[in-house]
Ligand binder design. Structure first.
Ligand code: ATP
Ligand code: MG
Ligand code: MG
Ligand code: MG
Length: 566
């Protein structure tokens, strides 16, 4: 690529509304342009990065045995009605009507569509297992789109779905995907961690998230440096599971009595002040208390609560009200395993608290099940607060003390089991000719979010520092006087041809710009290797090389440059 035949659109200043560094740098580097809130055009340089991420994901998915297809973005409402998500998904689901007044959605995720494909085409155990995936634009009408492509409304996702004859086989594929995701994020050159996670509005049982580690991340992760334990703090059990039941009961009695949930009690229980406004709901299960402060995301939140004006805070609610309130079966939001039929809402009160549910108790003991500081920019003090809650507590697996860090969720894998296949009649005939419901898994990667996350991890005062695997160009050639010096032009063209022939993704900056301008642009967009071709060096048969993060340039014999880069 020659810059004169390309379209670089770098800016001197970042627009002032960009809150975090990756968003600012993506705008300044001209990788994206905003069209509307959470909706961006990928400019040519940005698209090169996005495609590199996408291709690594695709190569590893193919290698893992998954098969690519492409589903429509526009999905008829009937499929969403079949699984009940038409009602449950909430306002994040973009709905519209066609000219015949038929309802449609723009898919935020594609469980319904893929299940429809498979139930129509797969009939026999002989056709299973199968894993189908796509790389496709999703639309979620996020309540607060922000941070550029990190929380967009339209964004690119790789979503894969696997179908199995047995739970064992689903678990095999789940491990396969766990390994595949680890390979993908390693190849992308990112520092990441796989963590145990909540299943959110997708549902199902087991689930892991993959987080790129960065201080600006929206999630808090609890991990033990001494073992494999790592969990999204939403799910981290911070109190020892073997806390005696009697003491648990007492502690919960302090927090929630059958007629009230007091903010002070919650704060006291959490050993910290409550800062943000969310709904609290206390739920009673048999004789054990389960206190849930509802999450601020996953559509189980304020909106649902707001739709329940008739719910008297101090009376027992019906099971149907509980379910409507939660947007799902009550047992499904926490790891508590609550039996919906035995659940009673005993109090509902807006408390000043954090975004997500924080604690629960069950018959096994007393668990702090989650703290998520929600969707705001992390402040150091908040991180310190979280530390007070869980850091230093024993790990749930009994090995070492918990530590905390922040992460950006870039991937999420779920064991869906039969949630969708049962609802949609996705069955097969087993060896004995008996009809059985398929076991399902689903596996998502936020392809476009990864670009932002990589920049959060890699940047300096001069701009983006991309891992070589996803940089818009691997190397740049910057000639000093391309238009003026025959020798410089000839050497730059020759090197450009050689590097291209060797398969290096190289850009030749043949603009008639001052060296400072060309250097700044190439640094801003994050090109890892820079080669300067100048008359003085050429007189000695040398070229100047500088790595993106190096402070000093070095002179290298022209003939050795290719070997040096390789
Ligand atoms: P989040 O917790 O950040 O809202 P999610 O849990 O709702 O994400 P999933 O349903 O697990 O998202 O979707 C799979 C992946 O898609 C996520 O792991 C994330 O990388 C990506 N993703 C989700 N929402 C967005 C978004 N609004 N913008 C960009 N990427 C997103
Ligand atoms: Mg979400
Ligand atoms: Mg999430
Ligand atoms: Mg998720």
């Amino acid at each position: 690529m020659r810059t004169t035949q390309f379209f670089l659109s770098t800016l001197k200043e970042a627009p002032s509304d960009a809150e975090i560094v990756s968003h600012r740098l993506m705008l300044r580097a001209g990788l994206i342009k905003r069209l509307a809130g959470g909706i961006y055009t990928w400019m040519p340089a940005g698209l090169r990065i996005l495609r590199k991420v996408e291709n690594i994901v695709r190569e590893e998915m193919n290698r893992a045995g998954a098969i690519e297809l492409l589903m429509p973005a526009v999905v008829p409402a009937e499929l969403w009605q079949e699984t009940g998500r038409w009602e449950k998904y909430g306002p994040e689901l973009l709905r519209f009507k066609d000219r015949h007044q038929r309802d449609f959605v723009i898919g935020p995720t594609h469980e319904e569509v893929i299940t429809d494909v498979v139930r129509k085409d797969v009939k026999s155990y002989r056709q299973l297992p199968i894993h189908l995936y796509q790389v496709q634009s999703k639309f979620r009408d996020e309540i607060r789109p922000r941070f550029g492509v990190m929380r967009g409304r339209e964004f690119l996702m790789k979503d894969g779905y696997s179908f199995h004859t047995s739970f064992d086989d689903l678990q095999r594929e789940y491990r396969n995907m766990h390994d595949t995701y680890s390979r993908i994020f390693t190849r992308l050159g990112l520092k990441f961690r796989a963590v145990a996670a909540d299943t959110g509005s997708i549902g199902g049982t087991g689930s892991h998230e993959f987080h790129v580690l960065a201080d600006s991340g929206e999630d808090a992760i609890a991990f033990s440096p001494d073992s494999d334990y790592a969990a999204n703090v939403e799910l981290a059990e911070a109190l020892a599971p073997d806390t005696p039941r009697g003491a648990a009961g007492e502690a919960m009695q302090k927090v929630a009595t059958p007629d009230r949930v007091r903010c002070e009690d919650v704060a006291d229980f959490l050993k910290q002040p409550l800062t943000k406004t969310v709904k609290a709901i206390a739920v009673m299960h048999d004789d054990d208390f389960v206190l849930l402060l509802l999450r601020g995301d996953h559509n189980l939140n304020e909106i649902k609560v707001g739709k329940l004006p008739g719910l008297d805070p101090f009376r027992f609610a019906t099971d149907a009200e509980v379910e409507r309130f939660l947007g799902c079966k009550p047992g499904y939001i926490g790891p508590v395993g609550v039996d919906a039929a035995k659940v009673r809402v005993i109090a509902d009160r807006t408390v000043a608290a954090m975004d997500n549910f924080v604690c629960g108790a069950n018959t096994e003991g007393f668990h702090l099940t989650g703290v998520n500081w929600g969707r705001n920019l992390p402040e150091p003090s908040l991180v310190a607060d979280i530390r007070n809650v869980v850091a230093g507590d024993p790990s749930p697996d009994g090995k070492g003390a918990l530590e905390l860090c922040r992460g950006i969720e870039v991937g999420h894998i779920f064991q869906l089991r039969t949630k969708y296949s049962a609802a949609m009649g996705c069955t097969f005939l087993d060896e004995t000719g008996k009809e059985q419901v398929m076991e399902m898994g689903c596996y998502g990667i936020g392809v476009s979010r990864i670009v932002g996350a990589a920049i959060e991890q890699g940047h300096d005062a001069r701009g983006i520092v991309f891992p070589a695997a996803i940089a818009p160009f691997e190397a740049c050639i910057v000639p000093m006087g391309y238009a003026k010096s025959e020798a410089v032009k000839a050497a730059a063209d020759k090197l450009y041809g050689e590097l291209r022939a060797a398969g290096i993704d190289v850009v030749l900056d043949d603009r008639n710009e001052r060296p400072g301008v060309m250097f700044a642009d190439m640094e801003l967009i994050g090109v890892p290797h820079r080669i300067v071709v100048g008359e003085r060096g050429l007189a000695e048969g040398k070229l100047e090389y500088k790595g993106r993060t190096e402070t000093e340039a070095q002179m290298i014999a022209a003939g050795d440059m290719l070997a040096f880069l390789k």
